[in-house]
Write a protein that binds this ligand. Structure first.
Ligand SMILES: Cc1nc2ccc(C(=O)N[C@]34C[C@H]5C[C@H](C[C@H](C5)C3)C4)cc2n2c(-c3ccccc3Cl)nnc12
Ligand SMILES: [Mg+2]
Ligand SMILES: [Zn+2]
Length: 344
């Protein structure tokens, strides 16, 4: 990391103005993407203060400020997997910790809560806007480093997180005991690796069984499944917001998918339909994703935390909106009136 973060930038973040209370900031209906990018570092500090991390772990604010600024620099300017995605995922972690009272009710220890919040903030550092399978296909450096273990991008995000912690003046965890520090990095590893959606599919049925049997805090595997579930929920939390937000986010995701598809065509490969701007039907693909994947995950969450039901309802609303947008799209296509981009 030769990229420098100036002392003034650090000072600005440590001296965050006593934030004007943003109404509804701690509600599930709040859309974190409305926070101005330049204010996001201060809001990360605020959330960590609210969550009690600063006091519990004796975190020095200039180290934390420097860490946050380096993490923000670590994200690239790609359509979706950028700093505002990281900020929105960390905001969901804050909502889950406060609204589900994860620590107060014994689901998480304070250390697990800290690891959860930090993992959400860092889970996509240095994302290039391309998928794990694209790393293999393009024989990227990351594939040569990590493809033997799988979850290529996630292993890179984890490595970048640890590198940032080891950057001078960034280790805000240095007041932790040796045991807690090692435990925290272990938790961050499990949590960031859990954001590989392919890994989620492998454990989904066990997470469902866990919720149906009844969550048991004493079981290590239940604690692992819950932490993984909460990571996936945070990563997909844009889908629990209002339609305007969900549609806007879908456009960003498909901007990345289609750019990858263009790259794959340029490499003489045939991209998956969802990556091919000529073949993809965004409403159909999103209906499949929301009904087969997204809503199932949040239904499991809602069996463990009843007040997560409003998140399931929000996804149902978005499914209805995608169905009506599909009907309009189909009718316009029949009339030969539009290419898909126009509609979305
Ligand atoms: C709205 C929305 N739609 C999404 C539609 C599809 C996929 C997606 O990766 N599908 C899969 C489908 C199978 C099995 C694995 C590996 C590949 C083959 C590709 C997953 C992700 C989607 N996604 C994400 C998201 C979450 C985590 C990482 C990356 C992303 Cl982009 N966040 N929001 C959304
Ligand atoms: Mg990711
Ligand atoms: Zn993500």
């Amino acid at each position: 990391y030769h990229m420098q973060v100036s002392q003034q930038d650090v000072l600005d973040v440590t001296m965050c103005p006593s934030e004007h209370e943003v109404p509804d900031f701690a509600k599930f209906t709040f859309t974190p993407r409305k926070i101005l990018p330049k204010e996001t570092p201060c809001f990360i500090m605020k959330m960590m203060k609210d969550l009690g991390f600063i006091d519990t772990f004796k975190i020095k604010s200039d180290n934390l400020a420097r860490f946050i600024l380096y993490v923000r620099k670590g994200y690239r300017d790609v359509p979706y997997h950028n700093w505002s995605h990281a900020f929105s995922v960390a905001h969901f972690a804050y909502l889950a910790l406060t609204n589900f009272q994860l620590v107060e009710k014994g689901y998480f220890t304070q250390l697990e809560a800290l690891a959860y919040f930090i993992s959400c903030l860092c889970h996509d550092i240095d994302h290039r806007g391309t998928t794990n399978s694209f790393q293999q296909q393009s024989n990227s450096v990351l594939a040569s480093l990590y493809s033997s273990e799988g979850s290529v991008m996630e292993r890179h995000h984890l490595s970048q997180t640890i590198c940032t912690l080891n950057t001078g003046g960034c280790n805000f965890l240095d007041a932790l005991s040796k045991d807690d520090y090692v435990k925290c990095l272990d938790l961050i590893k499990d949590m960031i690796l859990a954001t590989d959606l392919a890994s989620h599919y492998k454990i989904h049925s066990r997470q469902l069984a866990m919720a149906q049997e009844g969550y048991n805090k004493a079981l290590p595997e239940h604690r692992y499944y819950l932490a993984s579930l909460l990571m996936t929920c945070a990563d997909l939390s844009d889908q629990t917001k209002d339609w305007k937000e969900t549609k806007k986010v879908a456009q960003l995701i498909y901007a990345e998918f289609f750019a990858q598809g263009d790259l794959e065509k340029g490499m003489g490969r045939v991209p998956a339909n969802m990556m091919d701007r000529e073949k993809a039907s965004i409403p159909d693909h999103q209906l499949e994703f929301l009904t087969q994947c997204c809503i199932c995950i949040f239904r499991i969450l809602a069996t463990i935390f009843p007040n997560a039901k409003i998140l399931v309802e929000a996804i149902k609303q978005n499914i209805i909106c995608w169905e009506s947008s599909k009907r309009i799209f189909d009718r316009l296509c029949i009339e030969g009136k539009t290419s898909y981009e126009v509609l979305v």
